[in-house]
Design a binder for this molecule. Structure first.
Ligand code: GLY
Ligand code: MN
Ligand code: MN
Length: 430
């Protein structure tokens, strides 16, 4: 736990629970579990990161936490119950401070805090009083893991103990709530974006031929750590041909004179992600060809950003951006109009130079909840990330900012982070 207490005020979590309650059937019990502490080797665990949905409803970042919500519970004190580990001297001697019930209430706004050893009894009591039980799973379309999650394991146990209840999926409701960011959430993403931008400004001063990718990564990590942030995802520091591999994270090569260096990193602050990509010349000066390619992607980025308005979807937005890139590809001599006429429509030529999507939702997770068919509405935050990859020229360019959808059009949360080719060259020279 980085923060003793999350810097997000409890009203967000109180409000999120109120919004959730409006979407539940009558007499419903919701049960959510914290993430697992993931085993590494020996007696070690990977750093703990709270389950995003549990955090969204409670603000609690501690392990072994369970939340039950039963808005129509006959016993008013059981309408919201948070279960936490019981602090004890031995545990705290080894692991440091654990939340007291008072602290848990202060963070979450939940009045009834129970120690986790009461879980079975209270579950039994609430299960005989409800008509529906909502259980949660990770419904990210790309999630496919051999490792079972705590919420699946515990959910199965509940179903075994109470086989004849009416079980429902919580994930679709939480998805629609999480898609629309509240003010506190946008503030956290803004803060994460600012930390990311400052890290980028700092490394512009230090990149030069001979530096290793991992040295640059270390600088980013240092900047994040100083600001109470972590990496929202494995950072990409990809020089030369490494940038062609879209999710290259080895970051172990030396950066050479004449190469481009592609970054894709983002700070996570108070559990909220940012996601930024930039591409710079290792020696501080783009070659004419590199600049030509960079300007092409930047032009597309600026046009694309303007297209991020209410009513569109990731799917249709991506198609339009691919068309813009196709025009630029032709100008750059990568293929001709005739090649496009003759292409197999199922395998457009642009895909060879742009083999990834243009956008995804951002929030508590870097690839946040929401599908490509979701209609953009106020409060959504998405990436805008066109790119260009030319393997035969060792050119890999991606430009990525995080955009908030508003009634007045797109707001670029990263608009102050250097992006113009001239600006990058000046900062690298200075
Ligand atoms: N950093 C991963 C992405 O841009 O989607
Ligand atoms: Mn990215
Ligand atoms: Mn992204």
């Amino acid at each position: 736990m980085k923060f003793k207490q999350t810097p997000i005020p409890q009203n967000l979590f109180v409000h999120n629970r109120k919004r959730l309650a409006q979407h539940l059937d009558e007499q419903s019990l919701v049960i959510l579990f914290s993430s697992d502490e993931m085993p590494r080797n020996g007696d070690q665990f990977y750093p703990f990161r709270q389950n995003s949905d549990l955090f969204y409803l409670t603000g609690i970042e501690q392990e072994k936490t369970v939340f039950m919500m039963f808005p129509d519970a006959p016993d008013k004190k059981k309408r919201e119950v948070l279960f936490i580990i019981e602090p004890n001297e031995l545990l705290e001697t080894w692991e440091g401070h654990k939340l007291t019930p008072g602290e848990a209430t202060e963070i979450s706004g939940i009045e009834t805090i129970k120690f986790i050893n009461h879980y079975d009894d209270i579950l039994g009591e609430l299960m005989v009083q409800n008509k529906h039980v909502y259980l949660n799973t990770n419904e990210n379309i790309k999630f496919n893991s051999e490792v079972d999650t705590r919420q699946c394991r515990e959910g199965r146990k509940i179903k075994q103990r109470f086989p004849f209840h009416n079980y429902q999926r919580l994930a679709p409701i939480l998805k629609s709530l999480r898609l629309e960011k509240q003010e506190e959430e946008v503030n956290a993403i803004r803060k994460a974006s600012d930390i990311t931008g400052n890290a980028f400004r700092n490394i512009l001063k230090t990149v030069k031929p001979g530096v290793y990718e991992y040295e640059v990564e270390a600088k980013v990590t240092h900047e994040f750590g100083k600001n109470l942030a972590t990496h929202a995802y494995a950072p990409i520091v990809a020089s030369g041909k490494n940038a062609i591999s879209l999710h290259y994270t080895d970051n172990n090569d030396q950066c050479h004179d004449g190469e481009l260096l592609l970054f894709d990193f983002g700070a996570e602050y108070a559990n909220y992600a940012s996601d930024m990509s930039r591409t710079i010349p290792v020696n501080g000066k783009f070659t004419p060809r590199q600049r030509e390619c960079y300007e092409a992607v930047l032009r597309v980025f600026k046009k694309a950003r303007q297209m991020m308005v209410r009513g569109t979807t990731i799917e249709s937005f991506h198609r339009k951006v691919a068309n813009l890139l196709e025009e630029e590809h032709k100008k750059l001599g990568l293929y001709t109009g005739k090649d496009v006429e003759n292409q197999d429509p199922k395998k457009p030529i642009w895909f060879k130079y742009y083999p990834h999507g243009t956008s995804h939702f951002i929030g508590l997770d870097v690839h946040d909840v929401g599908t490509k068919q979701e209609v953009f509405r106020e409060g959504m935050v998405l990436s805008c990330e066109p790119g260009l990859y030319i393997p035969e020229e060792n050119i890999g360019i991606r430009i990525e900012n995080d955009i908030l959808i508003t009634v007045d059009g797109p707001v670029d949360l990263m608009e102050n982070i250097p992006i113009e080719a001239d600006e990058i060259e000046q900062l690298m020279a200075g």
